[in-house]
Design a protein around this ligand. Structure first.
Ligand code: F6R
Length: 629
């Protein structure tokens, strides 16, 4: 989703802003822009005969629909020298992707420029008011309305911080913003509510602003995270922070641990492929230091203060979106089977608006890779408000969900740059497996069973590696056979039903092929009507409790001439006779199979998408972190 970068210091701003925007490309966007404050020496007449040079500052805006490289080309055509500026990548919400709708936007007088992530929900009301006062608008965006509103206050107060603050007091909605003004050339004002913002403290009286630390860690690791309803005035001499109700506050400088290599491609063609290949390591990282094999138990540091609540919980509620939701669905199956606690799982977007029943002894888990998904955050807040203990299963350290949760578990997958989630999913499943063992050991699971589950889990990374080693080239060939299919069906049962959902989601996201995931037995209640000789059907069929049933479902597909691609357990001779294509995965306990069975599906989506010439790391219309509802 939209990205923000800002710089103020002594260096040339444009390259810093452009490289920061490139680091944010993975979030998904459709246009990009910069606002620079350029110093212009201007001759003024001093006594009617002689003249001297004074500096005046000009606001320069460069923006266009398309990629950051297009902006770079535009910017190179007439370079501007500036040591202060802001940059943005836009993901359209109000108004189509176009040059005009791109950020930055300016106020009526074109004195100031703003970049904005989020949505001003009451923008049409504010716009009507401003129109009545004679304002004219160039774009269809809510952001331009905010620019004009700040401009009104700026004309009155002649103080940029105060103007931004007063305007934000009128805004309903979510924002991360950065604002510069030509006649306040030594400051950037930024603020956040519901959309992340981090300020980097450089070594040389220079400061950086970003919506994601990835944009600035090449320059500094010292950062300040703004919280909701906080704002900062960033100048070359320091940072002043306050709330938007004007209470001065002091913020801690924190150190970001992220490594630069972790946000680079490391020899792979795409981040997505790199991240698929990282999984043996990231699954290991999710378990590191958490397993006590001898006791058949698990220690999750971020849950230690909540063990009583977890032991006494009558019900767990899991809430999440997209891929994280699929992980949660598998979590429900695992926890109910081994810990015997009822688990409700619900899409966060539904949970937050339907007045759900939440009891004081419920424990809620929000699962989110980014930790910034607006719906998941709002659902967690709603659960908390109604008395539940709210715990996070999150990847991004220091993200909003991580900070607002009562406790939780980091999945430690490292930065996930590819828009389609891969390694975060298997790390979420690994953490949910650990949680299952821990909750099971609090209840009915014996030490012996706990130990044998742990032993199996510890072998999963090596098995994931063998899938990558043994199946990738075959899957690449298969992609050539199926790349032109118009539709795909994905089927699975039990633990592998959510894997079918996830496989279908991955394919549609990055290849734009229509794909549906179904519980295999549901096929005969409708989707079977779609099966003919043009329909590839991916069946996740490891040898587990429902294996024989899945074989019957495969027969049903074959009887209608569908092409079966099976994901099966190594050594399964029977399935070879039934399926057109078989990808084998190693044997493990049924609850851990999704961690393995999803890997061939990730590879299949990747190779089909690349065979179709799609941009897998930045699929159309998608954003990495969905910070609007
Ligand atoms: C799919 C994908 C999305 C996210 C969803 C939730 O590949 O990436 O479906 O899973 O937007 O995002 P997080 O996990 O960041 O809350």
């Amino acid at each position: 989703m939209c990205g923000i970068v800002g710089y103020i210091g002594n260096r040339e701003a444009t390259p810093i802003l452009l490289s920061g925007l490139k680091r944010l490309e993975y979030r998904g966007y459709d246009s990009a822009g910069l606002a620079l404050l350029e110093d212009l020496p201007r001759a003024v007449s001093t006594n009617g005969h002689s003249s001297s040079l004074i500096n005046s500052t000009r606001l320069v805006i460069e923006k266009c629909k398309g990629k950051v490289t297009d902006l770079e080309t535009l910017s190179a055509r007439s370079p501007h020298h500036s040591t202060i500026g802001i940059g943005h990548t836009r993901w359209a919400t109000h108004g189509i992707p176009s040059d005009t709708n791109s950020h930055p936007h300016t106020d009526q007088q074109e004195r100031l420029a703003i970049i904005h992530n989020g949505i001003v929900e009451n923008y049409s009301h504010i716009k009507d008011r401003l129109l009545a006062r004679g304002h004219t608008f160039r774009s269809e965006t809510d952001t331009e309305v905010l620019a004009h509103l700040i401009g009104e206050f700026y004309a009155e107060k002649q103080n940029l911080t105060e103007a931004v603050r007063l305007a934000l007091n009128e805004v309903v909605g979510a924002y991360g913003i950065a604002v510069v003004a030509a006649d306040s050339p030594n400051e950037i004002v930024c603020a956040r509510k519901g959309s992340p913002l981090v300020i980097g403290v450089g070594n040389d009286n220079d400061y950086f602003i970003a919506s994601d630390a990835a944009a600035i860690i090449a320059h500094t690791r010292q950062v300040i995270y703004l919280s909701d309803n906080e704002m900062a005035t960033v100048s070359r001499s320091g940072i002043k922070t306050r709330t938007i109700s004007n209470i001065e506050i002091t913020k801690q400088v924190e150190v970001v641990e992220m490594e630069l290599e972790a946000i680079e491609k490391g020899g792979f063609d795409h981040f997505m492929l790199k991240e698929i290949h990282e999984q043996p390591q990231t699954i290991t990282d999710a378990m590191r230091g958490r397993v006590i094999e001898e006791e058949g138990n698990i220690v999750l540091g971020g849950l230690q203060n909540h063990l009583d609540a977890l032991r006494q919980a009558k019900r767990l509620i899991i809430t999440a979106c997209g891929t994280s939701f699929h992980a949660g669905l598998i979590g429900k199956y695992m926890i109910e089977q081994y810990a015997r606690v009822p688990v409700e799982i619900e899409y966060a977007s539904e949970f937050r608006y339907r007045n759900p029943i939440v009891n004081d002894d419920d424990v809620m888990f929000g699962i989110s890779q980014s930790g910034e998904t607006a719906d998941t955050l709002a659902a967690m807040r709603e659960g908390k408000r109604k008395g539940a203990l709210a715990l996070g299963i999150v990847n991004v350290v220091g993200s909003t969900i991580a900070r607002e949760s009562d406790g939780g578990v980091y999945i430690h997958a490292g930065p996930e740059i590819g828009v389609a989630s891969t390694k975060a999913f298997t790390s979420q499943l690994t953490v949910l497996s650990l949680l299952t063992i821990m909750l099971g050991r609090m209840r009915h699971l014996s030490v012996v069973d706990g130990r044998s589950m742990i032993r199996e889990l510890l072998e999963v990374p090596e098995k994931a590696q063998s899938i990558l080693d043994d199946t990738e080239s075959k899957i690449e060939e298969m992609a050539q056979i199926f790349k032109d299919a118009a539709n795909f069906l994905y089927l699975g049962r039990g633990y592998n039903y959510p894997v079918a959902l996830e496989g279908a989601l991955k394919l549609k996201e990055i290849s734009y092929i229509h794909a549906e995931g179904y519980p295999a037995a549901e096929m005969k209640h409708g989707p079977i009507a779609l099966i003919d000789e043009n329909m590839p059907v991916v069946v996740v069929a490891p040898q587990d409790d429902v294996y024989e049933k899945v074989l019957s479902n495969i027969q049903e597909v074959r009887a209608r001439k569908g092409h079966v691609i099976a994901i099966a357990t190594e050594g399964d001779e029977q399935i070879k006779k039934l399926a057109e294509q078989v990808i084998f995965i190693p044997q493990t306990l049924p609850l851990f199979t999704p961690i393995l069975s999803v890997i061939p599906l990730q590879l299949l989506s990747y190779y089909i998408a690349t065979a179709r010439g799609c941009n897998v790391d930045q699929p159309r219309n998608l954003a990495k972190s969905v910070t609007v509802e």
